[in-house]
Design a protein around this ligand. Structure first.
Ligand SMILES: [Fe+2]
Ligand SMILES: [Fe+2]
Length: 194
């Protein structure tokens, strides 16, 4: 058990002191969908549960404050993330796991950190968190229904679809694409075409 009966109240205290309202609803949605996918793909429930509730806990914190908080944990923003302050909350969530909850689990840490961009060679847990973040019940965008079905049929095909849709969205809005998402694209989309 990563969270024991002693640390549960602290865990919920941390989650609830960071997120409320719609963001909490979104996070619970990630947990619910994530647990369904975990059942389907034989992934540890507890990790899905923790990642689902923690992944967006930095979402309401302004970027400069996130940078300070991360520095206080001893975490520096990596070079390839510096130009993407909208993604710093991902690293913050991972840092809360490691430094506030003192859970040392690199798979879970990266599941939280990479929840928005994906990455090449994800574990099933990491794919589930990335996908659940996109398809939980409050998400509405063109193609979400197909993505919801795919996630229960084939995780890698669902990853390819989700990554492709994300990339198309960013390109069509003139938003710079993070190198991690590009690596995910090369791994899950281009590799399949070879
Ligand atoms: Fe997020
Ligand atoms: Fe999220």
């Amino acid at each position: 058990m990563l969270i024991t009966s002693d640390t549960y109240s602290r865990f919920f205290q941390i989650v609830l002191s960071h997120i409320q309202g719609e963001r909490l609803l979104h996070s619970i949605g990630v947990v619910v969908v994530g647990l369904e996918l975990a059942e389907q793909w034989d992934v540890e429930f507890e990790k899905v549960y923790i990642a689902g509730l923690l992944h967006d806990c930095g979402r309401y914190i302004p970027p400069e404050q996130l940078r300070h908080q991360l520095a206080s944990f001893g975490e520096e923003i990596p070079a390839e993330d510096r130009e993407f302050p909208q993604l710093w909350h991902c690293l913050y969530g991972a840092a809360v796991l490691r430094y506030q909850l003192r859970i040392n689990d690199s798979e879970l840490y990266n599941a939280i950190w990479w929840h928005s961009t994906g990455e090449a060679r994800l574990t099933p847990l990491q794919k589930i968190i990335f996908l659940a973040d996109s398809i939980e019940p409050t998400r509405e965008f063109q193609g979400v229904a197909e993505l919801r079905k795919l996630a229960y049929i084939d995780l890698d095909i669902a990853m390819a679809k989700a990554v492709e849709m994300k990339l198309c969205y960013l390109n069509s809005h003139g938003i710079t694409v993070h190198p991690r998402l590009l690596r995910a694209y090369r791994f899950y989309v281009e590799r399949r075409k070879d």
